[in-house]
Design a protein around this ligand. Structure first.
Ligand code: SF4
Length: 212
């Protein structure tokens, strides 16, 4: 990233972090993914149960493998799992020591937005895990919740449809068509306006594009 642009986006991330803190979340800004990963691995240590929400950001950072290599038990479902096995994994992830995910949008006024096809991640973000850590690259910043919803549907969802090989209408048209497709991946929304009262949430903002 150009140095001037990186300095500018660092300021935007600091603004978002300050707003998140006002809304009750812990929030830190990291210059790049390597710094955020090192901080997360230090925080997790070993011997923990780590629940994962599906996330390209976490995969890009190699965190599932790094956390397992450090001696943690990583709980996440795999494609093609039988429904009952998948349900058991999702319930187990709710009861994790640390739940890791990445929002589709972080707003400059300190809100966090998630859109799910199944809703297991949306559920875990409101209550359950002892600690939740959310990692977001600078590309997830949005001005407000309306812009966050727009990016979730018109940027993140289209890329995810392509990644998952789903032929939903947005893949062809390049914009969300609010489809009625049985393969639709945008079914549940969790918007965290403030930190849920019984949850412990850390947001790690990274000055590098990560995921969708
Ligand atoms: S067209 Fe359907 S799958 Fe695609 S972004 Fe819109 S609601 Fe989601």
């Amino acid at each position: 990233m150009d140095a001037n642009l990186k300095a500018a986006t660092a300021r935007s991330l600091e603004l978002a972090a300050a707003a998140l803190r006002k809304n009750g979340f812990a929030a830190e800004v990291y210059p790049d993914g390597a710094a955020a990963s090192a901080a997360l691995l230090a925080l997790a240590g070993s011997g923990k149960k780590i629940g994962l929400g599906g996330s390209v950001t976490l995969a890009e950072l190699g965190l599932p493998e790094a956390l397992a290599a450090a001696g943690n038990t990583v709980v996440t479902h795999k494609p093609g799992m039988p429904p009952e096995e998948r349900r058991a994994v999702w319930l187990s992830a709710l009861d994790s020591d640390i739940y890791l995910a990445s929002p589709q949008a972080v707003t400059l006024d300190g809100k966090l937005l998630f859109v799910d096809g199944n809703g297991n991640r949306c559920a875990a973000l409101t209550w359950g895990p002892r600690k939740t850590v959310l990692i977001a690259g600078v590309n997830k910043l949005a001005r407000d919740q309306q812009e966050g919803l727009w990016r979730s549907r018109n940027v993140a969802a289209i890329a995810n449809n392509i990644r998952l090989g789903k032929q939903n209408p947005c893949v062809k048209s390049g914009r969300c068509e609010d489809c009625a497709s049985p393969q639709r991946i945008c079914n549940a929304v969790t918007m965290l306006w403030k930190k849920p009262a019984a949850s412990d949430v850390l947001v790690m903002l990274v000055n590098q594009p990560l995921g969708y």
